[in-house]
Design a protein around this ligand. Structure first.
Ligand code: ZN
Length: 210
């Protein structure tokens, strides 16, 4: 007997938001549903940490530390969640403007610079185990803003490396993703979700006309 036959399969956040970069995944955590509304995976700090772990932004030990900090400081966690939501709006506007070829509003640039400056306060250059000096986050393991700092770091990587030029927007759900295909002709965020839905819609229309 198949015990899982009637159990609804829960899609991990990783698959729902995967755009090839954690900053894009973070933006994709709020997306259009099939009825024209929005689905927001991040409704409180706990869901933010769950998503961060499911999408491999933080490892298991960090996840447990952040859960502990949430338990000890719920008011501070609520504030960090509100800051993260605001940062997501900023990143959403910034990268959607870049993808569309629109000029980014100076206010969005100012907000992003504020988030970047906040993250930079926690960066230090230190020698690693191999003796090479690199930049690290310093004394941040129990900081409730850690997921957001990691996301901002990923956003700066997109901007600094020019990788943002390969970002595309899924025409079905609005998710952003990096098109790493050789021919740069990827259209959908996922061929298994938005791609297959659109294909079946086209097929249905053809059948109706026939
Ligand atoms: Zn899509």
């Amino acid at each position: 007997m198949n015990r899982t036959a009637n159990r609804p399969r829960r899609k991990p956040a990783a698959r729902l938001t995967d755009g090839g970069n954690h900053a894009l995944n973070f933006i994709n955590s709020c997306k259009k549903d099939r009825k024209g509304g929005f689905i927001d995976l991040l409704t409180n700090y706990e869901s933010l940490v769950n998503w961060a772990h499911q999408s491999n932004l933080v490892d298991w030990d960090t996840y447990l530390r952040l859960q502990h900090e949430l338990y000890c400081n719920p008011a501070e966690a609520a504030l960090c969640y509100a800051v993260a939501r605001g940062a997501r709006n900023t990143l959403d506007e910034l990268f959607n403007d870049l993808v569309a070829g629109r000029e980014v509003h100076p206010l969005i640039i100012t907000r992003f610079n504020d988030q970047y400056a906040d993250m930079c306060q926690h960066l230090r250059y230190q020698p690693g185990n191999d003796g090479i000096i690199r930049q690290y986050f310093f004394d941040i393991e129990e900081n409730l803003n850690l997921p957001l700092y990691l996301i901002i770091a990923q956003a700066t990587r997109l901007l600094d490396t020019g990788l943002w030029r390969q970002i595309k927007k899924c025409p079905a759900c609005g998710s952003l993703f990096i098109d790493t295909s050789r021919a740069h002709n990827r259209t959908w965020c996922s061929p298994k979700t938005c791609g297959s839905i659109k294909k079946s819609q086209r097929y249905y229309k053809l059948r109706k006309v026939a």
